[in-house]
Design a binder for this molecule. Structure first.
Ligand SMILES: NC(=O)c1ccc[n+]([C@@H]2O[C@H](COP(=O)([O-])OP(=O)(O)OC[C@H]3O[C@@H](n4cnc5c(N)ncnc54)[C@H](OP(=O)(O)O)[C@@H]3O)[C@@H](O)[C@H]2O)c1
Length: 266
């Protein structure tokens, strides 16, 4: 499989590294196009991939073209690649908010996968939600699933509307989690724990609880009830969280992110 990356920044590198690690492509069949000579040198040195300053040259002869530039650089990239893609080439865009209509119009191309990964993809623990145009073949869908799956979990949806929802849930989700970790560590320090101890306890508790939900197959609410004895310490804390309308706040936060995602996508 021959792959071109347009944009070899954080996400481009994460994807490239995961593809190589899973053996989906060899370094010699990957070419990166990026405007930053420092990025190109770094990727060439670290992974042995080929690099090109020219995007049209980078995409030539490739089976898959991954678009991994920032949203503000997309119009320029589309202008450069417009009309240069062959119909058998698959474009995979991970650009937040870039709609399929925009991509297919701007590139004059029919075979497009639009994906929404998240930052844990950088350590192979990502969640990528993706959809494809009717012009994408079953074989290309298989390749897209394997590429996105190399960075963690992947979930195909047949309606692009789910991508904006995924943006608000799994895309922005890591930031909600980081805020929760920060708040819990600060609270632990407030009651007297040294910060390094607090950090270790909080992180392992969060990771362990997430894995516990996954492994047990039980509903989170059921697991919560099981650790909440009447009149106990957990009950006291949960009462405060519910009084402060924690669940409603989370709902409002996700709704705000969803509204913003739809607005940014146009
Ligand atoms: N980070 C995430 O967790 C995440 C999650 C979901 C989706 N995404 C999406 O992934 C995309 C990439 O994000 P990122 O964090 O990897 O960004 P990034 O680190 O800034 O990488 C983008 C790279 O593209 C280069 N570039 C700029 N203009 C270019 C052009 N015309 N042709 C070729 N390369 C060009 C940039 O160079 P310069 O720095 O010199 O401009 C940079 O090296 C974004 O659209 C973002 O919405 C990211």
């Amino acid at each position: 499989m021959k792959i071109a990356f347009i944009g070899g920044g954080n996400m481009g590198e994460a994807m490239l590294a995961a593809i190589l690690e899973d053996g989906l492509a060899k370094p010699g069949s990957i070419q990166v196009g990026d405007v930053s000579p420092a990025r190109l040198e770094h990727l060439q040195q670290k992974y042995g991939v080929s690099v090109k300053k020219s995007n049209p040259e980078a995409i030539s002869g490739k089976d898959i073209v991954v678009l991994a530039v920032k949203p503000q650089n997309l119009p320029g990239v589309m202008a450069e690649l417009n009309g240069r893609l062959k119909s058998a080439q698959l474009v995979i865009s991970i650009i937040a908010g870039a709609r399929i209509d925009t991509l297919s119009g701007g590139l004059k191309h029919g075979a497009i996968v639009r994906a929404m990964p998240n930052t844990p993809a950088q350590i192979g623990q990502g969640m990528s939600v993706w959809t494809a145009t009717a012009g994408v073949t079953a074989e290309q869908k298989g390749l897209a699933g394997a590429i996105l799956g190399s960075m963690g979990r992947e979930l195909y949806v047949d309606d692009e509307g789910y991508l904006d929802m995924a943006t608000a849930v799994s895309g922005s989700g890591p930031a909600y989690f980081f805020l929760m970790v920060e708040s819990l560590v600060d609270a632990a320090v407030e009651i007297g724990l040294p910060r390094d101890m607090a950090k270790e306890m909080v992180l392992q508790t969060m990771l362990g609880s997430g894995r516990f939900i996954q492994a047990s197959g039980e509903e989170p609410a059921e697991l919560r009830r099981k650790v909440t004895s009447p009149g106990g310490t957990t009950a006291e804390a949960l009462l405060r969280l519910e009084k402060g309308e924690f669940p409603r706040l989370i709902g409002e936060a996700v709704k705000a992110a969803y509204d913003r995602a739809r607005k940014l996508g146009g």
